[in-house]
Design a protein around this ligand. Structure first.
Ligand code: F6R
Length: 607
């Protein structure tokens, strides 16, 4: 959360700072700001709201500095406002920060006693004042920063510029990612390689606890103990074009439409083309020896884990427990020696998931990280990395990353089932072949926009919406409800269809649309009975099912979306698509900000 950027350039850096901030806006959009050095003096420009507001303000000012830092904020301490916007600064230093300084209150108290005057409600401002305090005592910027860093508790990525030093940026990383970009007599730094993609392809990631000193020609990285250290320089293949919207109205729409292609990419990555069998990297524990699997994730990634629980238990007979990362540690769960823990995360940077990973590591678990960002912290801390190959996902609501996670997990279930002798070769092939039909079926569903728009009209006036399903459709119902609430701000809940009668059915009346996911599989009969119970209570039912499933309710439900009929194994991948489309079109009708819903950020790097 929060995006930071820094540039030491050969020409005025403001246009590049703004361009890079735009690419980081998915990390937060409560306020934005930059600081540059103008004739050696720090000049700050900040605006509440999105980067567009800052851009408008800077049009008339047109700063000329060749060194600068920038920030886009997701508010933690202090309301979204100009005075709380980064950079925070004194006359001598300006700082941008991603993360939380947990001991800011005591540091602020100590600094105020010494006469420092604070002008914001943020935790970040203590960084500027503490470094200034050391500069006032004659320390160099490097000495002052290194000394200050040792006093901060919490998680952070920082960038600092200093009055009178126009060939210097200092930066530091603890708990939040930071990448240095190498140019030709220019140096860049940013929260991720995406932001730097148009400027350079040469990236060096800081490791946990590192801090670094950048000039136009060179950079030096130090460990937390101030020892110089080499970190590898990598080529990224990200380009500016890859992260554009193309002709689409929203990133989310573009990313939804990319799903059939992404499914093909995932299948290619996790299968052997000659045998049509799943192919996975070697795990430290053989599949047949896995006693239990713990899956841990947040939000949409958690729902991918819930879906996988059904698959892996049924087809590979491995007991699976799925935990919400932010809750996982609190019961101090005992984890079996030699157990496997799978962490699912699009960004690979989610703070709750990282904290859970650390716990599992300390308990001696084999760590498998399933991430969409191969250079992410979760990938770096994992024993085995399973990449989801969805490509950069910019829309804050996860779409293609979710279905890519599902596809990897489906292949993983077949892989485990085969290696544990639960699935015969023939059964494995049959399941795998059903996955190969997914890209085309997805493309078909994505073309059913007109019916989805009718559903969106029906939902757009609702105050509450219920989603229900059984088995894997329950997991997808939960995902559907999350998508609708985060995009359209309509209250929505997902329930296991059989659970309705244990309480939630009391919510039902003619004003509460109920979206039912009911493929005509072995669970259809029971879900159909639950639909009858809902119809009897006059709720408008929106039925998502195949032609067979529609028959029983012909003329009895106001709206129905017709789905392809494939093997039940692969249906969660298909039923995820209308969940996204319904939320997208409802949000569009309501006029909400689809790509950047209020109060959210794409990469959740605070606990
Ligand atoms: C919802 C959504 C979030 C994320 C969650 C975890 O559309 O995108 O619920 O799934 O914040 O993020 P990652 O997967 O990056 O760990």
């Amino acid at each position: 959360m929060c995006g930071i950027i820094g540039i030491i350039g050969k020409s005025p850096v403001t246009p590049h700072l703004l361009e890079c901030l735009k690419r980081l806006e998915y990390r937060g959009y409560d306020s934005a700001g930059i600081a540059t050095l103008e004739s050696g003096l720090i000049q700050r420009h900040r605006s509440e709201g999105k980067i567009h507001n800052l851009q408008e303000r800077l049009k008339t000012i047109n700063p000329q500095g060749h060194v600068g830092i920038g920030h886009t904020r997701w508010a933690t301490h202090g309301v979204p406002s100009e005075r709380n916007a980064h950079p925070h600064a004194t006359e001598k230093v300006a700082v941008v920060h991603n993360g939380i300084i947990e001991n800011f209150a005591e540091l602020r108290f100590m600094l105020e006693q010494k006469g420092h005057v604070f002008t914001s409600d943020t935790d970040t401002e203590v960084i500027a004042h503490l470094v200034t305090d050391y500069l006032d005592h004659g320390l160099t910027p490097q000495e002052a920063t290194s000394k200050a860093l040792k006093q901060f508790h919490g998680a952070f990525a920082l960038a600092l510029i200093f009055q009178g030093h126009d060939d210097l940026i200092l930066c530091a990383r603890r708990g939040s990612p930071l990448a240095i970009g190498l140019g030709e007599s220019e140096m860049f730094l940013g929260s991720d390689a995406l932001a730097l993609a148009p400027l350079t392809q040469k990236i060096c990631y800081l490791e946990e606890g590192d801090w670094a000193e950048l000039s136009r020609e060179t950079f030096t990285i130090y460990t937390a103990e101030d020892l110089p250290v080499e970190r590898p320089i990598k080529e990224t293949f990200l380009t500016g074009a890859m992260i554009g919207k193309g002709n689409h109205k929203h990133f989310m729409l573009k990313e939804m439409l990319e799903q059939p292609t992404v499914m093909g990419d995932v299948l290619r990555a996790y299968s052997n083309p000659s045998t049509l069998a799943p192919s996975f990297p070697e795990f430290p524990v053989a599949a047949k020896d896995i006693k239990a699997l713990r899956i841990i994730a947040c939000g949409t990634s958690y729902y991918a884990g819930l879906t996988a629980q059904y698959w892996i238990e049924k087809y590979a007979r491995v007991p699976v427990t799925v935990s919400i990362a932010s809750e996982f540690r609190y019961g101090k769960p005992p984890l079996p020696q030699g157990g496997m823990a799978l962490f699912i995360s699009q960004s690979g940077e989610t703070a709750d998931t990282l904290a859970a990973l650390q716990y599992a590591k300390d308990q001696g678990q084999m760590i498998v990280g399933m991430v969409n960002v191969p250079e992410s912290s979760i990938a770096r801390l994992s024993d085995v990395v399973l990449e989801t190959h969805a490509g950069p996902e910019i829309g804050v609501a996860s779409t293609k990353a979710f279905t890519a996670q599902l596809m990897v997990l489906a292949c993983f279930a077949i892989y485990l089932g085969g290696h544990r002798n639960i699935l015969s070769e023939e059964e494995s092939k049959k399941l795998f072949q059903s996955l190969m039909e997914v890209p085309e079926a997805m493309a078909h569903i994505l073309s059913e926009e007109n019916t989805v728009i009718k559903i969106a009209h029906a939902l757009s006036e609702a105050r509450d919406v219920i989603y229900m399903g059984r088995g894997t459709s329950f997991a997808i119902a939960l995902e559907g409800a999350l998508k609708l609430k985060e995009l359209s701000y309509i209250h929505a809940e997902g329930y296991a269809a059989g659970e309705m009668k244990h309480g939630p059915i009391a919510l039902i009346d003619e004003k509460v649309p109920v979206i039912v996911l009911a493929p005509s599989d072995e669970l259809y009969g029971k879900t159909a009975s639950n639909v009858e119970e809902v119809i009897a209570r006059k709720a408008p039912v929106i039925l998502i099912t195949d032609l067979e499933g529609q028959k029983a309710f012909e003329g009895r439900v106001p709206l129905s979306l017709s789905m392809p009929t494939l093997h039940p194994f692969c249906l969660p991948l298909l039923y995820a698509i209308p969940m996204q489309m319904i939320a997208y079109h409802t949000a569009n009708l309501k006029g909400t900000d689809v790509d950047q819903p209020r109060n959210l950020a794409k990469s959740v790097t605070v606990e």
